[in-house]
Design a protein around this ligand. Sequence first.
Ligand code: NAD
Ligand code: ZN
Length: 320
Amino acid sequence: MGSVGICGSDVHYLVRGAIGDFVVKAPMIMGHEASGTVAKVGKNVKNLKVGDRVAIEPGVPCKACEYCKHGRYNLCADIIFCATPPCHGNLCQYYTHAADFCFKLPDHVSLPEGALLEPLSVGVHACRRADVRLGSTVLVTGAGPIGLVSLLSAKAMGATNVIITDIMQNRLDLAKELGADHTILLDKDSDETAIVMKIHALLGKEPDKTIECSGAESSIRIAIQATKSGGVVVIVGMGKPNVTIPLVNALVREVDIRGVFRYANCYPLALEMIASGKVDVKKLITHNYTLEQTLEAFENAKTGAVRRREVGSKNSQADT
Ligand code: NAD
Ligand code: ZN
């Protein structure tokens, strides 16, 4: 293994021991945002050889069900996904994976960039589900890693006007550096209607597409109300299982609300985006640790997540 990122879900499993129906019942190796160097190949493997540096797409589906056959393998009920219990992840020295879910990195793409193909693929899939294209005006709600990769993907796919919201200024500052055209800092006094009006005023129009990446209930409501009639809202953020949304507002304006679950067939495009220089993910890397420093890395990631929740809890907008 070369580089492994720590995702919010890894921290969640460590702290809470479960995400929804996925419960950690036995010790589990973490890690699913990963890259490495091929040490050994099976006798039938033709696409890779020892020494190749690869990005590892962490979910290997059954390849036989209806979803797999239609290419929507992220919906496969039998997918084996790294670090989703009961499957081990790849934050370890050696790890075995299906060769067709390993993507050879060109020499100029680093192993850390290879690991970042995983979250970037979430952004690519979200933009594909939202049908972001040349000239799109896009609202991204939440500027965490997933909001940022959605911003990067939207820009790379031709979005010309992207606005992003968050409750933390430092996250918006990074979003601005990564190419956001506008940012909005939400605070506890912000009224939802006023926020929607501010979004429209800053963009000079209503967004065609909205990518919800905070999981906050109020943010989902804002996403629906802000999107133009006939537009699309994709929900990436996973917050409370039940939320109150302005459904009639969405239906009378034919705003499509679509779910996003991980990604399918997005690694090749995400790799092209990085390899061609269209997208630079290096700014998303904040810390580097050795494998032996894993506990320290998790402590830091955990503290960062706790700090975000504390800021959020003082804030009516932050109900994640
Ligand atoms: P994160 O917690 O780092 O980022 C969330 C961001 O939203 C934070 O910056 C936070 O300050 C901001 N936020 C909180 N309340 C807000 C509000 N009311 N308005 C605007 N911003 C607000 O998490 P992340 O790693 O970026 O992931 C984002 C979400 O996406 C999480 O809910 C995660 O579970 C989900 N996720 C979903 C998929 C999928 O396949 N659907 C994949 C990966 C992550
Ligand atoms: Zn399947």
